[in-house]
Design a protein around this ligand. Structure first.
Ligand SMILES: *[C@@H]1O[C@H](CO)[C@@H](O)[C@H](O)[C@H]1NC(C)=O
Ligand SMILES: *[C@@H]1O[C@H](CO)[C@@H](O)[C@H](O)[C@H]1NC(C)=O
Ligand SMILES: *[C@@H]1O[C@H](CO)[C@@H](O)[C@H](O)[C@H]1NC(C)=O
Ligand SMILES: *[C@@H]1O[C@H](CO)[C@@H](O)[C@H](O)[C@H]1NC(C)=O
Length: 745
């Protein structure tokens, strides 16, 4: 009770509900990893909390099983992935925003040979193809998972939830981020913001250490090794003075290093391969176990357990019942062997640290602490190599490595939701991939005209965001096009560069420039201004493009007040009428970047000049800014969005599925099937546990094992079409035989 109160008190400091709100206002976060997701919610009266899933677990597998009329998620899908891997879609993250010829697609196909990947002819991306009618894009499948995650959050919050903050890896580029947004759109989840997972972790860390943050900057490195990738992030914490609310804590991302493919999953695949070799060497059957998808799925599951156990033990007996042709498999694997299998992976551990330091232009001495995040940092060798690389006395393990990102993201969701009042914590992101604008203009040199290709950096690497920027083109009087491309990515290795995809983002074709010049022949052109916004989600948007002119009109009377008004409307945004929808969210707001800063300097000069002229002349002059909207046509150069018809049909697919989902009989059957599968797996596991072996007689054990394999084989063949009643009977039988009247825990 005491502990509860303290927690509650701490929570009240962080978060207070606005009194006027009572209805369904809960918001959620999804920390979307490549293998697992964690869902957190906040609702009135309940602090930020991890939403437990249907199995009362704190993390849920990112997996969906689609088979005829069945759709399973979470543990249910994982269960099938061992029995019938081809119906289960997992590790979708590496396919998001990728063309079919991306090396990551080939890697995926190699890892999951049971899936048939085809090219989406219209977008150049990949589809999972089960049959002509059953083709699913990675975005659609992720959409189903996100919809499921919302279901979990709603069940836990006991109220409907629409709004979510979703994490993405910090190294996700524009196409990859868009893919997550599209998945959410298909699921009908309103994304308040995408948040980089490292930012979510850093925010969680900062929010609960407010009192330790003062005006002295503190640099912390978060080293996050997950299942699919690894990042190292340098974050600076300090308090800053703000105009509105005095001194506030702030965190700024200063450096980032990443390894897109270094993670626990690759270690498990190495172990899986090792186990396959051992099994083949045992020559229990003539078949090659690698040819059998189901057997390989079983080995992968065992490899996952092996990795976990070897983090705490020096050796372990891997075993799989009836692996292939009813042959059991048993083999000892030591931690030393594991470390040899993954030696090249461990060599890559320091890479992200070095890259983070160099991108931040910092040295290790400036880093106060290195904090571990992510499940795979539990592997002892990872910690050993990292500790050596950072030269600290110890690694920080004071963060909940699994849940910090989900908690940071839900804090952000509460802050963005109007229903909660959250103590401010300022955050500044950093651009990972520089972006530039390219255009061609005609130049005159030595009397002859030629075309020159020009580049201007829009966002440098590690520029902070969110940030608006305006680029002014001064040399055009007619319609033209410009290109938005990634800038210099030479800091990426060759391999990362090929995974990165298109270096070109968008070509922007303008129309209406020529006519604006014809309309305002007497006025002075101030250029064509393109207004960009790198928003909180790290998405680059082109808000609008305008052709700006300035003209001088003579004024009748000279009052300084009037001049003042004129000047403020000149630069106060009076000109910006709502404009063509250049990209989805059009934001007509004042720019507040360096260029606008320069402009307000200009405004001051104008004001002074106007004053002195006003004194000299009888008839003062005033400058008027004229802005003409320029129409914009965007050509996407990286990955085309799925067209709306495609989204509509995918919604239809979901709805069709839901019709069957709602069928109660089917749900009952699903539950029974899950229980039966769970019972099979867990009882098989138990048979090998020492404490169990000690109490079960050998002949009893054999009888149980025989029955288990028999039911297991039946499930593989006929079980999937069996009725609920049949399934229940099998489960009953098994429970009786193994002496459990309740399900194993
Ligand atoms: C999302 O899941 C809910 C159940 O939680 C279901 O009612 C709804 O139809 C699903 N929507 C889509 C688009 O799949
Ligand atoms: C800020 O806090 C640190 C400890 O967290 C302390 O060593 C330092 O003196 C403090 N600086 C100021 C300016 O208060
Ligand atoms: C990418 O942009 C560059 C520079 O604008 C251009 O030269 C190149 O042709 C573009 N590539 C593609 C595939 O559009
Ligand atoms: C902007 O988008 C909205 C909704 O998508 C549409 O109704 C409107 O006509 C668009 N405006 C222009 C100027 O294209």
């Amino acid at each position: 009770m005491r502990r509860k109160l303290t927690l509650w008190a701490r929570f009240c400091l962080v978060l207070a509900l606005l009194p006027s709100q009572t209805a369904s206002v809960a918001v959620m976060s999804v920390d979307l990893g490549s293998e697992w997701m964690k869902v957190a919610i906040v609702k009135p009266g309940v602090p930020m909390e991890i939403a437990l899933n249907k199995e009362s677990r704190r993390k849920t597998s990112v997996a969906v099983c689609l088979k005829e009329n069945e759709r399973l998620f979470g543990d249910g899908a994982l269960g099938v992935s061992v029995k019938n891997p081809k119906f289960v879609y997992r590790h979708l993250q590496s396919l998001l925003g990728k063309k079919h010829d991306n090396p990551q697609v080939a890697v995926y196909q190699k890892r999951f040979p049971e899936h048939h990947l085809v090219t989406d002819a219209s977008r150049g991306t990949v589809l999972f193809s089960n049959s002509e009618e059953m083709q699913y894009s990675p975005e659609e499948l992720l959409g189903m998972v996100l919809n499921y995650s919302r279901g979990l959050a709603q069940d836990f919050a006991e109220q409907p939830i629409k709004d979510a903050v979703i994490t993405v890896p910090a190294f996700f580029n524009q196409a990859e981020r868009r893919a997550v947004l599209q998945a959410a759109q298909m699921a009908g989840v309103k994304v308040l913001q995408l948040i980089n997972d490292n930012m979510a972790v850093a925010l969680n860390y900062g929010v609960f250490r407010r009192k330790d943050i003062n005006s002295t900057a503190q640099n912390i490195m978060f080293y996050d090794m997950g299942s699919g990738s690894t990042t190292a992030t340098i974050v600076t914490y300090q308090t800053v003075k703000t105009k509105e609310s005095g001194s506030q804590p702030q965190l700024q991302i200063r450096g980032l290093g990443f390894d897109r493919s270094l993670g626990g999953f690759e270690m498990e695949l190495r172990l899986q391969d090792h186990l396959a070799t051992l099994f083949n060497e045992q020559k229990k059957t003539k078949k090659d176990v690698r040819e059998n998808h189901r057997a390989m799925a079983k080995l992968l599951k065992e490899a996952q357990r092996l990795k976990t156990v070897l983090s705490a033990n020096a050796e372990y007996m891997a075993q799989v019942e009836g692996l292939l042709d009813d042959m059991d498999f048993k083999a000892k694997v030591t931690r030393v062997e594991f470390e040899t299998l993954c030696a090249d992976l461990f060599e890559r551990v320091p890479g992200p640290v070095q890259e983070a330091l160099s991108s931040a232009e910092m040295s290790l001495d400036e880093i106060e602490q290195v904090i571990l995040v992510g499940g795979s940092t539990r592997v002892p060798k990872v910690q050993e190599v990292l500790l050596k690389a950072v030269g600290k006395e110890e690694l920080g393990k004071n963060l909940n490595a699994d849940e910090a990102a989900a908690m940071g993201a839900v804090y952000k969701a509460a802050a963005l939701s109007k229903a909660f009042k959250v103590q401010p914590f300022l955050v500044i992101e950093a651009t990972v991939f520089p972006i530039q604008v390219e255009f061609t203009r005609e130049v005159e040199e030595d009397g002859s005209r030629s075309l020159k290709h020009k580049k201007r950096i829009l966002f440098q690497r590690m520029t902070s965001y969110p940030m608006r920027k305006v680029i002014t083109f001064n040399c055009y009087t007619d319609d033209f096009a410009f290109h938005i491309n990634y800038g210099d990515l030479s800091f990426l290795g060759q391999e990362d560069l090929s995974v990165f995809g298109s270096l070109n983002l968008t070509t922007v074709q303008l129309s209406g420039v020529g006519s604006s010049f014809q309309k305002h022949t007497g006025a002075e052109s101030k250029g064509i201004k393109a207004h960009f916004n790198m928003d909180e989600s790290g998405m680059l948007l082109l808000d609008r493009v305008e052709s700006v002119f300035e003209t001088i009109v003579e004024e009748e009377e000279s009052t300084l007040t009037k001049l003042g008004n004129t000047i403020s409307s000149l630069f106060g945004g009076g000109s910006s009428e709502p404009n063509a929808n250049v990209t989805e969210p059009v934001q007509v707001t004042l720019d507040s970047d360096e260029k606008e800063g320069a402009k307000s300097g200009e405004a001051k000069i104008t004001e002074e000049a106007a004053k002195t002229e006003a004194e000299k002349k009888a008839k003062p002059q005033k400058k008027i800014k004229i802005s003409e909207n320029v129409a914009v046509e965007l050509q996407v150069k990286d990955i085309l969005n799925p067209n709306f018809e495609a989204i509509a049909t995918s919604n239809k697919k979901c709805v069709l599925q839901d019709l069957t989902d709602r069928d109660l009989e089917k749900q009952e059957r699903e539950k029974t099937l899950n229980s039966l599968e769970a019972f099979l797996f867990e009882t098989q596991d138990k048979m090998y546990q020492e404490e169990y072996q000690a109490v079960v007689l050998e002949e009893e054990k054999e009888a149980i094992m025989a029955k288990l394999s028999q039911v297991s084989a039946w499930l593989d063949e006929d079980g999937y079409s069996a009725s609920t009643k049949e399934l229940q009977e099998k489960l009953q039988d098994l429970r009786k035989l193994s002496g459990c009247d309740t399900a194993p825990d």
